[in-house]
Write a protein that binds this ligand. Structure first.
Ligand SMILES: *Cc1c(COP(=O)(O)O)cnc(C)c1O
Length: 426
């Protein structure tokens, strides 16, 4: 029997606590777990038996969240970690090596562009940024050293939707995995694995938790990629010296990436999610579908109102018919284009700065995916580190403001923007 999304977001991965019958998943606030005996300990350390050793690797509360997210995404397994950015490093880590590159979309979260264009160089990795609407350019960018293709399903913040089917056809033909950041869409609106994604990464900080309380990340593996088809992925296909020559792909099959993420990634990089964070995210995820429906409904109303306002130059939201990406909504995210969009003010940079100071319900913060509505002027904050060209390519030009539409009354949000625009514009 297969259950619907609303049922799975509450039940997948969880069961009444075997020790106490507790109906809600307990916060297992324990660093270590007692071994039954010396043989049990040896089997756990040899990866011959699955169980709990030490909470840097596995924790029962975090394990419930991992199974919940894997199920909602339609994946084989998942690894949670300390933030969305940690998830991105953990996703690339088994694939990359010195001299290897990732082909990435120019339309990414600002922090990801910085992580990929600057920080990963310290590992000897590099990123090649291309326009993912130019399929020939994506094809041309993939070379013998490419180990992954990376994009967002619904890109933050520019109202852009990736044609995941077309991109996965290219990555498949090249024999490299496609990693999709599904943070902005969530599995309720988009399921990248159904469009050919190999791995899905999340900042659980955002909509999955949904209430702005904890940072977290997750990597979901589709289990579909053949890591042994070429010699490109030795971490997964070749003997692992740290585990007596065990080959992850041969031993764990479709769970190879997940086991590697725990047994090597979390063990050695230590970007672990703590059980308190997992608890908050489990609480949030129970209402994901209800919240996403309202986020989308409100975003459409507010975006339409802004589009018709003379002080606003343009609105980039794929949920609007005026968007060049509107046609991809029915294909990629049929339940809606999410709750995030940008709009540009005719009065430019100065008016944007005044607007973020004048709003009353909207909070001026560097976050998204909260129940409450949020606003930020990307060019002076999150996208500050980027060059003007990168800002433009990422949909964060100087005259552009980003909003994350919350689940309040849409009429109140419109009234708030109206009074703030009156103060901000000439
Ligand atoms: C926030 C965000 C990230 C980074 O996540 P953190 O939890 O802040 O590390 C990555 N991708 C997208 C799309 C995001 O919105």
């Amino acid at each position: 029997m297969t259950y619907g999304f609303d049922t799975l977001q509450i039940h997948a991965g969880a069961r009444p606590d075997p020790a106490t019958g507790a109906r809600q998943t307990p916060i297992y606030q324990s660093t270590a777990y007692v071994f039954r005996d010396a043989d049990h300990a040896a089997a756990l350390f040899n990866l011959q038996e699955v169980g709990y050793i030490y909470s840097r690797l596995t924790n029962p509360t975090v394990a419930v969240l991992q199974e919940r997210i894997a199920t909602l995404e339609g994946g084989q397994g998942a690894v949670c970690c300390s933030s969305g950015h940690a998830a991105q490093i953990m996703a690339l880590f088994p694939l990359m090596g010195p001299g290897k590159n990732v082909v990435a979309s120019t339309r990414l979260y600002g922090g990801t562009i910085t992580q990929f264009s600057q920080t990963i160089k310290r590992f000897g990795w590099s990123a090649k940024f291309v326009d993912f609407d130019d399929l020939d350019a994506v094809k041309a960018a993939i070379d013998d050293d490419t180990r992954a293709v990376f994009c967002e399903s619904v890109a933050n913040p520019g109202g852009y939707i990736t044609d995941l089917g077309a991109i996965s056809a290219i990555s498949d033909a090249a024999g490299v995995p496609l990693i999709v950041d599904n943070t902005s869409a969530t599995p309720y609106l988009c399921r990248p694995i159904e469009h050919g994604a190999t791995l899905v990464v999340h900042s659980t900080t955002k909509y999955l938790t949904g209430n702005g309380t904890v940072t977290g990340g997750c990597i979901v593996d589709s289990g579909k990629f053949d890591w042994s088809a070429s010699d490109k992925f030795p971490s997964l296909s070749q003997p692992e010296p740290a585990y007596h020559g065990l080959k992850f792909h041969e031993t764990f099959g479709p769970l190879a990436f997940t086991f590697h993420g725990i047994a090597i990634g979390l063990r050695d990089l230590g970007m672990t999610m703590n059980p308190q964070a997992a608890h908050y995210t489990l609480m949030g995820i129970e209402t994901l579908s209800l919240r996403m429906e309202r986020h989308v409904e409100n975003a459409v109303k507010v975006a339409k109102w802004l589009e018709s306002d003379p002080r606003v130059d343009y609105v980039t939201y794929a949920g609007l018919e005026s968007s060049p990406y509107h046609g991809r909504v029915s294909q990629i995210c049929p339940k809606g284009a999410g709750g995030l969009f940008t709009f540009a003010l005719k009065d430019g940079y100065e008016a944007c700065v005044k607007l973020v100071d004048a709003v009353e319900i909207f909070s001026h913060v560097a976050n998204l995916g909260d129940t409450r509505s949020l606003i930020i002027h990307s060019a002076s904050t999150t996208h500050r580190q980027l060059t003007p060209d990168q800002q433009k390519a990422a949909g964060a030009a100087p005259e552009v403001v980003r909003v994350s539409i919350g689940i309040e009354n849409a009429d109140d949000l419109i009234a708030d923007l109206d009074q703030a625009l009156t103060k901000a514009c000439g």
